[in-house]
Design a protein around this ligand. Structure first.
Ligand code: PSU
Ligand code: MN
Length: 305
C-alpha cells in the first residue's frame, strides 16, 4: 500500500534540488492559536524559514492525503476549519485511511517528516507530562516519539502549563538528548530561563546537526529536543505567569476537561487571562525556533554532503 502524500510546489522543488527543508506542525494553527492570528503566524513562520535559507513544509492531513507543505489557500482553509481532528501517533493512519482531515501534533509531524525525508522540525513547545499525571496518567505521546523517530525538534522547551521537572525526567528515561541552545539552563516556553540545569548545551547549529547525524550513525533511534530560549524582549516572567497557569488549571479541573482537550483549553484560557500577551510571546518564540531550525537544516545538508 502506498501512502497518499502530496508535496507543495516549493517542497517538491526543494526535494528535487536536495536543499534544506524544515517541517512545521499544524496543531499549533488549529488548536494552539485563535483565528486569524493562527494563519498570520503560520505565514510569517514559513517566511522566517525561507529567510533562513530553507524551505518550509507545514504538515497536515486533508481529505485523506498527507500534505507535506501547504499551498496558501490550503493553509487558509485549515486555519478557519471547525472541529479539525488533532492527530498524534495513535490516529494519523486512521485519519488518512478513512479520508479524514486533521492537524498534526509534534508526534504526528515527526512521523510525517521522517516519511518525507525531512530531519528538522520547528514548533513552539512540545507536549509533556501534565501536572497531576500521577493520577491522570496524562503524558503526551510527543515524548515517546522523540525517542523513536529521527527528527531534531526545535522548541522553546515544554509548555509551562506542564510539570516540567517530570517532563524532563521522562525524556531522560527515554534516552532523548535535551539540548539547551546557548545557555546552561532549560528555557520554560514563555520564560527564557528556569532553575533546571540543561542536560546538554550547544552553541551552534553545526554542533546540533552533527549530533543528530552521529546518533543515527550509531544506530540510536530517535531525535533530539533543542530547547531554544524565547528572545528576552518577548518573555513573560515565570512569577507573572504562575498564578495565571494555576487559575487555568483549576478551571480545567472544575470543568472536567480531559485528554486531547486539555492543552487547547489551557492555552486559550491563558491567552484570555493575559489579555493576549501569551500569544504575542508564543509567536515570538515560534519565529525564533523557525530561524534556528532553518540553520540546522542547512547544516545537515552540508554535513551529509
Ligand atoms: N505548542 C504550542 N501550541 C500547541 C502545541 C504546542 O505552542 O498547540 C500542540 C503541539 O501540537 C503538541 C500538542 O504536540 O500541543 C501536545 O498536545 P498533548 O498535550 O495533547 O499531547
Ligand atoms: Mn495528553
Amino acid at each position: 500500500m502506498t501512502i497518499p502524500m502530496v508535496f507543495s510546489g516549493e517542497v517538491a522543488a526543494a526535494r528535487k534540488s536536495g536543499t534544506a527543508i524544515v517541517a512545521l506542525e499544524s496543531t499549533i494553527i488549529t488548536h494552539g492559536m485563535p483565528f486569524p492570528q493562527n494563519v498570520g503566524t503560520a505565514r510569517i513562520v514559513e517566511q522566517d524559514v525561507r529567510d533562513g535559507g530553507a524551505t518550509p513544509a507545514t504538515i497536515a492531513v486533508m481529505n485523506g492525503k498527507l500534505h507535506i507543505g501547504l499551498e496558501a489557500d490550503e493553509l487558509d482553509s485549515l486555519g478557519q476549519a471547525q472541529h479539525v481532528a488533532k492527530l498524534s501517533r495513535a490516529d494519523i493512519a486512521a485519519c488518512i485511511a478513512t479520508g479524514g482531515t486533521g492537524a498534526t501534533t509534534v508526534a504526528a509531524t515527526m512521523i510525517a517528516a521522517q516519511l518525507a525525508g525531512i530531519s528538522v522540525f520547528a514548533t513552539g513547545g512540545i507536549g509533556g507530562v501534565h501536572r497531576g499525571a500521577e493520577t491522570t496518567f496524562d503524558i503526551s505521546a510527543d515524548l515517546h516519539e522523540l525517542a523513536r523517530t529521527a527528527v531534531t525538534v526545535v522548541a522553546a522547551g515544554a509548555k509551562a502549563i506542564l510539570d516540567l521537572e517530570k517532563t524532563f525526567e521522562v525524556l531522560e528515561t527515554l534516552g532523548v538528548p535535551v539540548i539547551a541552545y546557548g545557555q546552561d539552563t532549560l528555557p520554560a516556553f514563555w520564560s527564557a530561563t528556569s532553575d533546571m540545569p540543561a542536560p546538554l548545551r550547544m552553541d551552534t547549529a553545526a554542533q546540533i546537526a552533527s549530533a543528530q547525524i552521529m546518533r543515527t550513525a550509531m544506530g540510536l533511534a530517535g531525535g533530539q529536543l533543542i530547547c531554544n530560549p524565547i528572545p528576552k524582549e518577548a518573555e513573560i516572567a515565570a512569577a507573572v505567569l504562575a498564578p495565571v497557569i494555576a487559575q487555568a488549571l483549576a478551571e480545567a479541573e472544575a470543568q472536567k476537561i480531559s485528554a486531547k482537550a486539555v492543552t487547547p483549553f489551557l492555552l486559550d484560557r491563558i491567552f484570555n487571562l493575559t489579555e493576549g500577551r501569551s500569544l504575542t510571546s508564543n509567536i515570538a518564540l515560534v519565529r525564533n525556533n523557525a530561524r534556528l531550525a532553518a540553520e540546522i537544516a542547512a547544516e545537515m545538508v552540508k554535513q551529509q554532503g
